[in-house]
Design a protein around this ligand. Sequence first.
Ligand code: NDP
Length: 252
Amino acid sequence: MGKSRLDGKVALITGGARGMGASEAQLFIDEGARVVITDILDEDGKKTAERLSPDGSRCLFLHHDVTNEADWDAVLKETLSAFGQIDVLVNNAGIFERGTVLDTTLAMFEKTMDINVTGVFLGMKTVAPHMVQRKSGSIVNISSVAGLNGTPGFLAYGASKWAVRGMTKGVAKELAPFGVRVNSIHPGIIDTPMLQTFEAAGEGVREAVRMRIPLGYEAEPIHVARLALYLGSDDSAYSTGSEFIVDGGWSA
Ligand code: NDP
């Protein structure tokens, strides 16, 4: 059997209890990595970690609110004590609430920015010193096609995902001299629990959205996970500060 693409590497994936984060954790483990998944959903997180690594040797779940700096410090400490290093950070945790400029409340805007932007900032701030010291590492920030275009009804979410894209580019240039790469992923419509918000928006909304996807179907989390694997692995050694789109042609 050939060498797996993440042999010997350790990945930290936020919001990994379910959805795309859990799919990334599964694929990374299949490719030889040891993975720490973190989330505020403790029950789901523990179950996912047990499913991915029944003996606990390849996957660990830690409770983690990405908006809390003390939680980040604890996650860094516990990950290093369990697995010794962090090679890949996937800033995946995020929330989506629909709202236009006319009906988005300040509270909703601030909550979205807190989780989707401050969470990514704190992740990079906490883990970058370790990666800089090792002169190696890959940070993968999950943005969205809503971070590439203006999307009606996505006021707070769009602002947050544009911010993730912008931070990614600046930090990529800051960390490049230290051998640390930073890229963003821009998924289109992916079939995860987050999509239930489309169903909540009214009958037929999800179908109408699906019809706008040139490839004609919603992605599975694994489609995004494969891109995260590429960016986390040395296969993408010459890519940094770039945006990688996985959207079935949506934004073409
Ligand atoms: P999910 O809601 O399935 O997963 C996101 C996870 O993050 C959830 O378990 C969620 O918990 C958790 N989370 C929320 N707030 C926090 C917090 N403060 N600290 C730690 N974890 C938290 O969503 P997806 O898998 O669909 O989304 C993953 C990423 O992909 C997100 O950044 C999302 O914005 C992005 N994305 C998703 C798309 C899609 O179509 N699904 C399209 C484009 C981008 P809880 O349920 O309690 O909120």
